[in-house]
Design a protein around this ligand. Structure first.
Ligand code: ATP
Ligand code: MG
Length: 584
C-alpha cells in the first residue's frame, strides 16, 4: 500500500490525523474494543477444532455440551466490543467532520472578496459538505477498518500457525501476488476518484444555477436546455462511477480468486499432513474457516485504500482553503469612532485576471457631514469604488485614507465598524425581521433604537401588517418580502448601525418615488454628523448632494455640484438630459 501512497499523500494524512487528536480517548477505547473483538473472532476459529474433533470425531458428548454455550459467550463479548468500536470510531469521525466544516466556513469568511469571484459558492458548499465527510471517513473510518481487519487477519493467522505452521507458511506464498493486485487497483482508483469528485461539484453547481433561477427557466422555456446540460454532466458522473464500480468489482473478484487458489492449495497440503498424522479433522476445519475469514478482511483492507485515497484528495482541497492567506489585517491603529473624512489619492483598482482596470487614478475628498453622489453609466466602476472603502478589494495603486490615515493601518474590524453599507443586492438572512435588522454586532441593540430605525426606513408600515410583526420570519434571503420591503429592511439595518460613514449603492432604487423621498428625508436628518456616499440614478438624490463624481470607464471625468456640472454641459449634463426626457 505504501507504493500507492506517495510522500505528499502521507503528509496530508498525517495532518489529517492532527484533527483526530482531540478525540484520542475515543480512539484508544475503539482500539481496545477492536482488540477484544479480534480476540473473540480468533477464539471462535480456534474453537472449531475441538468442536469438530470432540463432537463429530470422538463423539465426546459431555464435552460437546458446553461448546454451544461457549460460542454464545464468545459472540456476546465480540458483539459488545464491536458495538463499542463502531460507536467510538463513529463519534470521533463525525466530530472531525464537524470541526473541519466549522473551520473551513470560518476561513471562507476571512478570505478576501476576490476569492468569491474565483470560487463559486456551490463549490464552497461541496467543500463543506462531502469533502468534510470524506475526510472524516479517511481519518477515522479507514483507521478503524485497518485496525479491526488487520487484527482479524493477524488473529486468524496466529490460529492457523498454531494449528499447522507447515500448511500456513505454504499458503502464505500467495501474499505477494495479492499485494501486487491490490496496489494496481489502488492506483487506478485514485485516478478515477479525483475526477468523480470534480464531477460531483459540477453537478451541484449546475443544479444550483437551474433551481435558483427557476422563474427565468420557466419563462424562457429553457427546461429542455437546462435538463440537457444537467444530463450531460450526470452522464459523465455515471461514466466515472461505473469506472469506480468496475475497479471495485474486479478487485473483489481477483481477491476471491486468490482465496480459492489458496483454499485449493490448503486442501492439497492438508491431505498430505493428515496422512502424516500431523493434522486432525478439527484442525483442518479450523484452518479452513480461518482462511475463509481472512478473505473478507483482506477485501475490506483493499477498500480502505479507496477510502483513504478519496479522503486524501478531499483533504488536499480543504487544506488548500485553510492555507490560503487571510485578508490582510495587519493594521494596529485602533479606531473607536472615525470623524468620517474619506480621501482617495490616485486610486486604481483591477479585478483579478482582468486586463482592463475597473478604476483608474481616482482622487477626491468626502468630508464629514456631506453627501457625495457617484454617477456614471452602468459598468463605469461606481460599485467598485465603494467596495474599496471596507477593503473588500485592495486597490492596485494609490491610497485611500480615513481621517488622514491609510486604511491598511487600521484594524480591519475597527475600520468596518465605521461603515454602514446598503449594497446593490440586498442581503437578508433566514430569520425574523428583528434578527435581520439588529444583525451582527448590533444584536443587543436597544429596542427603541430598532423601532426608530424601522420607522425612518419606512419599514414599520409593512411590518405592522406581518402576522407576527417584528418576529415574523422573512424566509431564506428574505424571499417572503417584496423587493422594496427588503431594501427598506437593509436601510433600517444601516440606520441602526449609526456609523460615521454611510454608503448607499442604489439603496432606494426599488422604492416608489413617495417612499424614496421619505427615506431620503430620514437619511438627511442622519447626515449632519456623517459622511455619505451615495450611488443613485435618480436626480432627486443627486441634486442635493454636496458634490457629484461622474465616472466613465473607470475614470473620474467630472466633479462638482449638480448646478456646476449642468452648466458645464459635459457627460453629467448628457446623462441628466436623457433622464429628464425620460421623465417627461
Ligand atoms: P452598475 O451601475 O451597473 O451597478 P457599476 O458602475 O457599479 O455599474 P461596477 O460594478 O463597479 O460597475 O463594475 C465596473 C467594472 O468592473 C465592470 O466593467 C465590470 O464588468 C467589472 N467587474 C465588476 N465586478 C467584477 C468582478 N467581481 N470580477 C471581475 N470584474 C468585475
Ligand atoms: Mg453597481
Amino acid at each position: 500500500m505504501n507504493a500507492a501512497f506517495n510522500g505528499s499523500a502521507w503528509k496530508t494524512y498525517r495532518r489529517l490525523l492532527t484533527f483526530a487528536k482531540p478525540y484520542r480517548g475515543l480512539l484508544v477505547l475503539a482500539a481496545l474494543a477492536a482488540l477484544v473483538e479480534a480476540a473473540g473472532s480468533s477464539l471462535f476459529l480456534w474453537l472449531m477444532k475441538p468442536i469438530t474433533d470432540e463432537t463429530f470425531v470422538s463423539k465426546n458428548m459431555e464435552f460437546a455440551a458446553w461448546l454451544p454455550a461457549a460460542i454464545i459467550a464468545v459472540f456476546l463479548v465480540r458483539g459488545i466490543a464491536g458495538y463499542l468500536t463502531d460507536m467510538s470510531m463513529g463519534r470521533a469521525a463525525r466530530s472531525v467532520a464537524r470541526d473541519l466544516r466549522v473551520r473551513v466556513l470560518g476561513k471562507y469568511l476571512r478570505l478576501p472578496g476576490s476569492r468569491f469571484d474565483a470560487e463559486p459558492v456551490p463549490s464552497m458548499l461541496v467543500r463543506l459538505g462531502s469533502d468534510s465527510d470524506q475526510v472524516a471517513q479517511a481519518a477515522v473510518d479507514a483507521l478503524k477498518t485497518m485496525v479491526q481487519q488487520s487484527l482479524q487477519v493477524i488473529g486468524a493467522l496466529c490460529i492457523m500457525l498454531y494449528i499447522s505452521w507447515q500448511v500456513t507458511i505454504s499458503v502464505l506464498v500467495l501474499a505477494p501476488p495479492l499485494a501486487f493486485v491490490m496496489n494496481k487497483v489502488a492506483k487506478r482508483y485514485r485516478r478515477v476518484s479525483h475526477r468523480i469528485q470534480e464531477s460531483g461539484a459540477q453537478l451541484l453547481q449546475a443544479a444550483d444555477q437551474t433551481l435558483s433561477n427557476q422563474q427565468e427557466v420557466k419563462v424562457y422555456g429553457a427546461q429542455p436546455e437546462e435538463l440537457r446540460r444537467y444530463a450531460t454532466l450526470a452522464d459523465n458522473n455515471l461514466r466515472l462511477a461505473m469506472k469506480v464500480e468496475a475497479t471495485r468489482g474486479l478487485s473483489s473478484a481477483l481477491v476471491q480468486m486468490m482465496g480459492a487458489i489458496g483454499l485449493a492449495g490448503l486442501l492439497l497440503l492438508a491431505g498430505h499432513e493428515a496422512a502424516a498424522g500431523r493434522l486432525t479433522a478439527g484442525g483442518f476445519v479450523s484452518l479452513m474457516v480461518s482462511m475463509i475469514g481472512i478473505i473478507p478482511a483482506l477485501k475490506s483492507l483493499t477498500s480502505v485504500q479507496n477510502v483513504l485515497q478519496r479522503g486524501v484528495a478531499s483533504a488536499e482541497r480543504l487544506f488548500s482553503v485553510l492555507d490560503a492567506p487571510d485578508e490582510m489585517d495587519t493594521g494596529l491603529r485602533p479606531l473607536a469612532r472615525a470623524r468620517g473624512m474619506i480621501e482617495f489619492r490616485d486610486v486604481s483598482a483591477r479585478y483579478p485576471g482582468q486586463a482592463k482596470p475597473a478604476l483608474e487614478h481616482i482622487s477626491f475628498v468626502a468630508r464629514p457631514g456631506t453627501v457625495t453622489a457617484i454617477v456614471g453609466r452602468s459598468g463605469s466602476g461606481k460599485s467598485t469604488l465603494i467596495k474599496l472603502i471596507p477593503r473588500f478589494y485592495e486597490p492596485e495603486g494609490g491610497q485611500i485614507l480615513v481621517d488622514g490615515v491609510p486604511l491598511q493601518e487600521y484594524a480591519l474590524a475597527d475600520l468596518r465598524r465605521q461603515i454602514a453599507l446598503v449594497g446593490q443586492q440586498v442581503m437578508l438572512f433566514d430569520g425574523s425581521v428583528t434578527a435581520n435588522v439588529a444583525y451582527g454586532e448590533m444584536r443587543s441593540a436597544d429596542p427603541q433604537a430598532l423601532d426608530k430605525a424601522l420607522r425612518d426606513a419606512h419599514a414599520m408600515e409593512f411590518i405592522e401588517q406581518l402576522p407576527e410583526r417584528k418576529d415574523t420570519p422573512i424566509g431564506v434571503k428574505g424571499s417572503r418580502l417584496s423587493g422594496g420591503q427588503r431594501q427598506r429592511l437593509a436601510l433600517a439595518r444601516a440606520m441602526l448601525k449609526d456609523a460615521p460613514i454611510l454608503i448607499l449603492d442604489e439603496a432606494t432604487a426599488a422604492l416608489d418615488n413617495e417612499s424614496e423621498r421619505l427615506v431620503q428625508d430620514a437619511l438627511t436628518q442622519l447626515m449632519p454628523d456623517r459622511t455619505t456616499l451615495v450611488i443613485a440614478h435618480r436626480l432627486s438624490t443627486i441634486e442635493h448632494a454636496d458634490q457629484v463624481l461622474v465616472l466613465d470607464h473607470g475614470k473620474l471625468v467630472e466633479q462638482g455640484t449638480h448646478a456646476e456640472l449642468l452648466a458645464r454641459g459635459g457627460l453629467y449634463a448628457q446623462l441628466h438630459g436623457a433622464q429628464f426626457r425620460e421623465a417627461q
